[in-house]
Write a protein that binds this ligand. Sequence first.
Ligand code: UGA
Length: 438
Amino acid sequence: MNITVIGTGYVGLVSGTCYAELGHHVTCVDKDSSKIQVLNEGGVPIYEPGLAEVVERNIRAGRLHFTTDLSSGVQAADFVILAVGTPSMPSGEANLSFIEEAAIEIAPCLKRDAIVAIKSTVPVGTNERVRKVILQHTKQPFYTVSLPEFLREGTALQDTIHPDRIIIGAESEPAAALMTELHKPLATQIIVTDIRSAEMIKYASNAFLATKISFINEIANICEKVGADVNEVAKGMGLDKRIGPSFLQAGIGYGGSCFPKDTDALIQIAGNVEYDFKLLKSVVEVNQMQRWGVIDKLSHALGSLKDKRIAIWGLSFKPGTDDVREAPSLQIVNRLLEMGASLRLYDPIAMHNFSQHITHPNIAWCQSAMEAVKQCDAVCLLTEWDEFVHIDLSKASQQMNHPVLIDGRNVYRSQTAVQAGFDYYPVGRSYSKSEVIR
Ligand code: UGA
């Protein structure tokens, strides 16, 4: 099949590459010529483990092409997949201007009976809106399909090649049959449904996962006060098949380019039909509040944070990515700077991206986790990168003036941290004082 993907962000680049890996002929189109140049030179403009190798393999096999020339890409395509961004507007509503622009541009180039599939996360009704836009610019018959994407940053290839399910929103038999055929090799559950339900499945899935996270974070906050251990609670809950163990990791709240944007958008979608989505509003509010636990614990341990020297381990919104969009670290770092703290930041790969958002004379950019903690009054773990999880905590505490460890991702055993000499503040477990006599 000839497949053209519009947009080479996470979703577009990864799914285009995976379709090529399945043996299709794929053209990825992007307006950003510098991105296309990087891709054509064999580079990958995003950090995603394993992606560069698969891109390279498929370019060499002649199955994967990159271009800024939309019309040449679309003319031969059996499937045109729209994977452009839908960023949030200040109201929380998704900005659909990129999708509409793309629809106008592809319309005159579509071949007869082409399938236009929307992979971008779009509010209910957008597929119909896009169909109308395309109809204004072409006389060719074509099909529209909703094809929501469920890949995660950091595990994007695995999620695309081995998805839990494929959702196809189609209103015509031939389109549903062709889409099913295209995804059959992925050997997974394929659900064919109507377009509006497919669009809603994506938002409802992200909103539900966000709800699980805010729920466990509130349970964690209560656990701290009643002396329970949230890790034990999550384990006990997760063994119930109706609940399941995933997305019950308490911490400093969710970030990234999806959950914050999609929860806001779903609240707005509900509001547009005069439905007040109270539960989801609370999920967002709890998430926003959760990050301040780090500051409260620091203040409890150190009193005033003015002129305190604090190390930050991890800046990306989760491990396995250099993405800092909506990362809790952004607000935590800003708040600490406002409070007069002096910060030593380290992340294995996200420091460059982070420095595009915040620079300040009181920030020192460090080359390693150990360098960051030197002479510090406290260290805060904000992203659970493996290198922090497996770090020598005794060695780290010895570098510090005042060994306080705020574990925002709950990754250490209390006993290990206190034996290493830390006053240890996890999430949803009791605070433990160092056992080392200083
Ligand atoms: C999320 C969804 O998981 C994907 O299915 C979806 O396709 C994607 O959004 C999207 O809409 O494009 P992603 O944002 O890459 O994927 O990251 P997740 O792994 O879901 O993590 C999101 C945030 O939740 C991270 O900040 C993570 O630290 C946090 N999280 C996750 C927790 O705090 N606790 C958990 O138990 C799980």
